[in-house]
Design a protein around this ligand. Sequence first.
Ligand code: PBG
Length: 326
Amino acid sequence: MNIVRRPRRNRQSAAIRDMVQETLLSVTDFIFPLFVLEGQNIRSEVASMPGIYRYSTDLLLNEIQACVDLGLQSFALFPNLPESKKDKYATESHNPDGLYLQTVRSIKDRFPDVVVMTDVAMDPYSSDGHDGIVENGKIVNDPTLDVLGHMAVAQAQAGADIVGPSDMMDGRVGYIRQMLDVHGFQDVAIMAYTAKYASAFYGPFRDALDSAPKFGDKKTYQMNPANSREALIEAELDKVEGADFLMVKPALAYLDIIKLLRDNFDLPIAAYNVSGEYAMVKAAARNGWLDGDRAMLESLMAIKRAGANVILTYFAKEAAALLAYR
Ligand code: PBG
């Protein structure tokens, strides 16, 4: 056979494959989402997310230590609150003595060098389970901004390095940026959930936090999965309003959106490999239907190859352990 170009030449040994490998995963790519709940000495597994736990603050600190020992240095924190702490205006979200802000403080006290990203959204604290204030069955945009702004400032006061508005209200990045600056938090970064889609893949997360909407869905604020050009509009707005990172969420079903933002913006691009994406791999692996470790690393690699600099993933700890022993 007269075949001049033989791509297989560059695949014939592990050393050559390593040499020509275009994308490398690193433990520093990951942000590990963590769930905190009230109480002491509590560790409760999320049924739909095997291997992922809600921790009381004391045990959460131990878990972070174990992650730091594996080289992880960034964490995103989410609270699970009892219904009794929820109300229409998510008041608990800016209570400096509440579970969430106290936990942020404890983490930064014990691990001053780790990056703590906080979640700016009403849903874990909202008796309506929505990301905005509900009036007459509608999620109202502008009054919500004030709640989000106060929440972001309270999180910055507690020591957050990055605030992550995951609510999808219009104008919130600019509003939060201004509120942070007015309060002297010029150095606190904003990771905007830029293209956050109204996705079925958030189901297990809502189980973890008991935060499912009490009525309706999130389609009046989260994006339609059918749209990609609209992601460019959101990205442009977040950039102009002062975002330091643009995020795409979910990740695996939206690799084209990650690539689209990568090609059109020079800000760091983050991708959120969400709860349902984690659950799918775990469920199949449990059934022996696929190799969980390989599917995990391949998924993370795909997200990075598509153009994400930063990956929020429930696989972070497991992947860190595997990458360390490769
Ligand atoms: C809500 C929020 C959600 C997630 C992060 N922040 C769910 C939602 O929009 O209902 C989902 C994360 C995941 O599924 O892993 N502010």
